[in-house]
Write a protein that binds this ligand. Structure first.
Ligand SMILES: [Zn+2]
Length: 393
């Protein structure tokens, strides 16, 4: 007989004060630092910094060590964040599967698991069944860590109030409260967020945010996703679900997108649209993987189609960076590598940045590419859950 015991789940910890949170973020994003350096960076007085350091050490979020004395003078005290201070489960929901990871405070993945979601009934995946699957995954993942401090859930769609799935087309959901029932069942802090917004949060702490306070995130794959961090603040919900950028015109003689625009960014870049156009020409179903394989074999039509997609991505990156006024765009998604392989992308960006004859200003864009497997999506949800559990949202 197998006895399934519920792993220990810790009571929600006290949220951190604004000062404690600011110092924790500094330690996570930029690494260990002295009290003096932190106080200076965050404009905290000696007394405030001492109070914050004491609270963080007392709460187990940070530890303090004396720097080995290298010269004459007092050895300096170095504050370091403690990875095991928090453990949070992140879940990425697709239309049929829940992908889960459990991460520590540093976003390190300590375990992963996945489970099938219940089948849709009349096009709608039953919410109670999804809540049950999430609870089971969290219970399984909790066995890998001493205790759990929260759950972050992400999905493609529109999410309001960090809880309500306003539009979750993969699941057939409209106006579904997901955080409430999961919180009730697991007795843990729960946050629900758009999946690209979660990825932007993850990048803020552990990626582009280390060097840029403002940056954009583009995901290319099953859908085209847009995420934004402005002056260190992640934008929770885009105003347009990314439409203004995704459907910007590129060529009035180009192919049609699913919405009927001729030659918009999505018409060239959206995987569904690319596959539909290639299939129509071939007279049989053609997938993105088929196109990539055909290009590798030297097929000119597949090469041209992927090059056109890469050029559209170049335009999207340039327009996004210009609108957001950032020189950093993070590119992720299953199809990103296939498009960055193409010279068209860099050619378009270089041409968009090219100064006129009497212009001196030359901007350079930093394009960071990051892998995006289901584990990476789930990790974004976990980092969002950690930020929520710490009280940053
Ligand atoms: Zn369009």
């Amino acid at each position: 007989m197998t006895v399934i015991s519920r792993p220990e789940r810790s009571a929600p910890e006290r949220s951190l004060s604004a000062g404690e949170l600011a110092v924790t973020r500094q330690l996570l994003i930029h690494g260990p630092a002295t009290r003096g350096d932190l106080g200076e960076r965050l404009n905290l007085s000696y007394a405030s910094m001492s109070r914050v350091a004491r609270a963080l050490i007392g709460g187990g979020i940070a530890s303090e060590d004396l720097e080995p004395a290298t010269a004459i003078g007092r050895p300096r005290q170095i504050l370091t964040a403690v990875p095991s201070a928090r453990h949070v489960v992140g879940i990425k929901l697709t239309g049929d599967t829940a992908y889960g990871v459990v991460c520590d405070l540093f976003g390190e993945v300590l375990g992963s698991a996945k489970a099938a979601l219940p089948a849709a009934v009349d096009g709608v995946v039953p919410v109670t069944g999804v809540v049950k699957v999430i609870d089971q995954l969290a219970t399984k993942l909790a066995r890998k860590v001493p205790s759990l401090d929260g759950i972050g859930i992400s999905l493609g769609g529109v999410v309001a109030d960090q809880s309500i799935v306003r539009e979750g087309s993969f699941l057939g959901w409209t106006e579904v409260d997901l955080a409430g029932p999961v919180r009730e069942r697991t007795r843990l802090p729960v946050i629900v967020t758009n999946d690209v917004a979660a990825l932007a949060r993850e990048q803020l702490w552990f990626g582009a945010g280390r060097t840029h306070s403002t940056f954009g995130v583009i995901t290319v794959g099953a859908g085209l996703g847009i995420g934004v961090v402005r002056e260190g603040v992640p934008v929770e919900q885009t105003i347009d679900n990314g439409h203004l950028l995704a459907h910007a015109p590129i060529d009035s003689n180009g192919p049609l997108c699913g919405l009927g625009h001729r030659g918009c960014v999505a018409a060239y870049l959206n995987r569904e649209d690319i596959e539909a156009q290639a299939s129509a020409v071939a007279g049989h179903p053609v997938t993105m993987a088929d196109l990539i394989a055909a290009r590798a074999a030297g097929d000119p039509a597949a090469t041209a189609r992927l090059d056109a997609a890469a050029r559209a991505l170049g335009h999207l990156i340039a327009t996004f960076a210009g609108g957001l006024q950032t020189d950093c765009i993070v590119l992720a998604g299953e199809d990103a590598a296939a498009l960055t392989d193409s010279a068209g992308l860099n050619e378009v960006i270089a041409d968009r940045l090219r100064p006129g004859p009497r212009e001196l200003q030359l901007c350079e864009l930093t394009i960071l590419t990051t892998p995006l497997t289901f584990t990476d999506w789930a990790r974004g949800a976990a980092v969002t859950g950690t930020q929520y559990a710490l009280g940053t949202t």
